[in-house]
Design a protein around this ligand. Structure first.
Ligand SMILES: *Cc1c(COP(=O)(O)O)cnc(C)c1O
Length: 737
């Protein structure tokens, strides 16, 4: 006994020592020296056998996935006698878990993608920006609607996030010099960024993907650059928007240089970082024509350089919505770029409709070796939008990182069935879950876990409603929810009540208010059947998106009517400040997940995949991923007009939003949905739907399968066990079919 105990202590100590990697850039916690050296040497290898993933936002909050913390908790490690280790442990266990560098689906996708690269040991590094004030915090007042609140956060205190040190002056941060053309002064000025590295460590702590976040908030940087480093998607002016895109794109080459990153492939996650391609082209010209290239180059030289550079670029387009495609006035850009850049843009970034604009989607479309959309339907739409590139546009359907989004309770269920052995490393294992349709034990366990998740969610909502009620006295915020004003005993929601969730960015095309188009019809369905329903809504609108904000207000304003007309059977609640942890609570705790975009504007959508991972059926317009995840009623419901994409308008014009038709279609299926949940003889069919999601949708709509498809575009040479696994995912599903 004594001996054993002693051995464990020693083992823990050695394990702990094995959790620190030292490097000239600093010491990092959570991985061994061997792992660090492996990753670093991959990224620095002469052969360039790695990829750089460039994204304006990365969503990877630590409260939904943090293997390093899990390891400490599992091993009951709470401190160490070594002061350095002790402080690492303290930070990991107690540091703030949010990294507010995301605004919505694009960022979450980036985070999930990088986690899967890490899990599958693919040599990738990411580049993004660090926003000192993140996106924004959302307060909601029933009379005002959304109030955006600036938030300060502390990267210094955040676990897994490190400020890189200067190897030559170890008590100073490493800074990278990034030139910006200042049109006002007609010369190039230097901006400076320090570099934060988030380690996206995998479940086994034996690989990581570094995310390099450029932080321009240094006093040495010009004030206009510093100001642009505060908020993600600051849209206070066009100038600001353009500058933020430049900060990302122009940072790519200098950052790669200073860290010795050799990746032959640059992956643009959306065109935001396309200025990096501009730099690659001018760099190519510089090498070919020498320092005075600016005067020497002809159009044909530029096109030739672009052709060469395109061999390095992979591009993912994420939306058919026009606002998602950066276009900037040429006159504005004249103040941001020197002559050759203007020439390059003039040749490669023309806007078809408006000769006074540069169109960055057009630019990214032209200069790449592979371009993909994010679902099959979106591919067809993108081809229609960009017919001149139709031949090269392919589909790689999005996924989500299963270990991030499957709730703890469901994970425990999956762990306890040998049929699913290895599911954490390999989500394709779930193809075997079909047999659970007939497995009583699994069905019972799943139901229990689900009940547990629903209770967690409903508890959160009930606590929140009461909290808001009490806060009236302390703050000037009027509680967002009508329910907070009711008698104390009328407030609480019940976890036995059918609960529908809807959470996403509030923007026009997502039509958050669609099912409330005709409240009388909606509530009469509920009162006729006498079945209670909870509707839980959440989501932020971009602070400058007035129509988006008014959608939130509509949800708040309609609550009382929904409650009264349904005689208290229907409770509609808005949960403020949507983030990853609220998302996880919702997608695992509800009974059905609602998605009501205007087809075909939801290129993929990912929250529905998160629900499917938890076995939860979707009720969705046949748009984005649901075209692939809907299996004739087996995994959920479809509704809405499914006009062929070649005739469907892409406009967000109110008249083209089809509210009347699509809401009517929802009211048609809604009684079936309610009955299938409440009627005892149909209940087993409901559990069937959940299991169908588990075996039909988890194996496909995960980021492991998705990155396997990306690997094909990256053309990486992989080690044989990695290669084998990637091949296996590739075989499982071809988005392109
Ligand atoms: C998944 C997620 C999104 C994206 O959801 P969509 O269905 O693609 O709109 C946005 N925000 C958060 C916090 C998420 O977790």
């Amino acid at each position: 006994m004594q001996n054993n105990y002693h051995n464990t202590l020693i083992e823990q100590k050695t394990n702990l020592k094995n959790m620190v990697a030292k490097s000239p850039f600093g010491n990092f916690f959570g991985i061994s020296q061997k792992t660090f050296d492996l990753v670093w040497s991959n990224l620095n290898a002469k052969d360039g056998n790695s990829a750089i993933y460039v994204s304006m936002e990365i969503g990877a909050d630590l409260d939904v996935f943090n293997p390093v913390k899990n390891y400490l908790l599992q091993n009951e490690i709470t401190d160490s006698s070594d002061p350095e280790l002790n402080s690492f442990i303290y930070k990991t266990l107690h540091g703030p878990p949010k990294i507010p560098n995301y605004g919505g689906g694009l960022g979450i996708l980036a985070g999930d993608t990088l986690k899967s690269f890490s899990a599958c040991k693919i040599p990738v590094a990411a580049i993004s920006l660090l926003y000192r004030k993140g996106y924004f915090s959302q307060l909601v007042d029933s009379k005002v609607g959304q109030i955006s609140w600036s938030m300060e956060w502390s990267p210094e205190k955040t676990p897994c996030l490190y400020l890189l040190k200067n190897p030559d002056q170890p008590n100073k941060p490493l800074t990278v010099e990034i030139p910006f053309f200042d049109g006002k002064k007609n010369k190039t000025v230097q901006a400076y960024a320090q570099i934060w590295m988030k380690l996206e460590v995998n479940e086994k702590l034996d690989f990581f993907v570094p995310e390099f976040l450029l932080d321009f908030s240094l006093p040495e940087s010009p004030e206009w650059v510093r100001n642009a480093s505060n908020h993600l998607y600051d849209s206070s002016s066009e100038q600001m928007k353009a500058l933020q895109r430049r900060m990302l794109g122009a940072g790519v080459m200098p950052l790669m240089d200073i860290l010795g990153l050799t990746a032959a492939t640059i992956h643009l996650n959306e065109q935001h970082g396309v200025v990096s391609v501009l730099n690659l082209i001018s760099d190519h010209l510089l090498h070919k024509f020498g320092v005075s290239y600016q005067e020497k180059v002809k159009d044909s030289d530029i096109l030739e350089a672009a052709e060469k550079v395109s061999q390095r670029v992979v591009y993912t387009i994420h939306t058919p919505v026009k606002a998602g495609h950066d276009r900037f006035d040429k006159s504005l850009y004249a103040g941001l770029s020197h002559t050759v850049c203007k020439k390059i843009l003039g040749l490669l970034a023309g806007d078809k409709d408006n000769p006074t604009l540069y169109n960055f989607t057009e630019f990214a479309m032209q200069v790449n070796r592979a371009v993909n959309s994010v679902s099959r339907l979106h591919r067809d739409v993108t081809k229609k939008q960009f017919p001149q590139y139709a031949d090269k546009i392919t589909a790689i359907t999005n996924g989500v990182h299963h270990l991030t989004w499957i709730s703890e309770a469901k994970a425990e269920v999956f762990d306890s069935f040998p049929e699913l052995k290895g599911w954490r490393q390999d989500p394709s294992v779930f193809t075997k879950a079909e047999s659970f349709l007939k497995n009583k034990k699994f069905r019972t366990y799943l139901e229990q876990a689900w009940r547990h998740d629903t209770e967690l969610l409903i508890q959160y909502v009930n606590d929140m409603l009461v909290l808001h009620r009490h806060q009236i006295e302390e703050t000037w915020i009027d509680p967002p929810n009508f329910l907070s004003h009711l008698h104390e005993e009328d407030i609480p929601l019940s976890p036995s009540v059918f609960t529908i969730g809807f959470a996403r960015r509030f923007s026009t095309y997502k039509r958050a208010d669609l099912i409330f188009e005709d409240v009388k019809t909606l509530t009469s369905i509920i009162t006729d059947l006498d079945y209670p329903v909870n509707f839980l809504f959440a989501g932020k609108a971009h602070p400058a998106d007035e129509p988006g904000k008014s959608l939130i207000k509509i949800i708040l304003d309609i609550q009382e009517e929904v409650y009264e007309l349904s005689k208290g059977l229907a409770k509609l609640v808005f949960i403020p400040n949507y983030d990853m942890s609220i998302a996880k609570l919702m997608v695992s705790g509800v009974h059905a997940w609602l998605n009501s975009p205007k087809r075909p504007l939801e290129a993929s959508g990912t929250s529905g995949m998160k629900a499917a991972m938890n076995g939860i059926p979707n009720i969705s317009i046949l748009d984005g991923w649901w075209m692939e995840g809907y299996h004739e009623g087996k995994t959920g419901w479809k509704f809405g007009i499914d006009t062929p994409v070649d005739t469907a308008p892409l406009s967000e014009d109110p008249a083209a939003l089809l509210y009347e038709q699509d809401s009517a279609s929802f009211y048609k299926i809604f009684p079936q949905v309610l009955k299938s949940f409440y009627e005892p003889k149909l209940k087993s069919n409901y559990i069937d739907k959940c299991i169908n999601n588990i075996f039909l949708n988890i194996p496909i709509f995960n980021t492991h399968r998705m990155i396997a498809e990306y690997c094909r575009n990256y053309g990486l040479t992989l080690q044989s066990p990695v290669e084998k696994k990637i091949r296996q995912f590739q075989k499982l599903y071809k988005s392109e079919n």
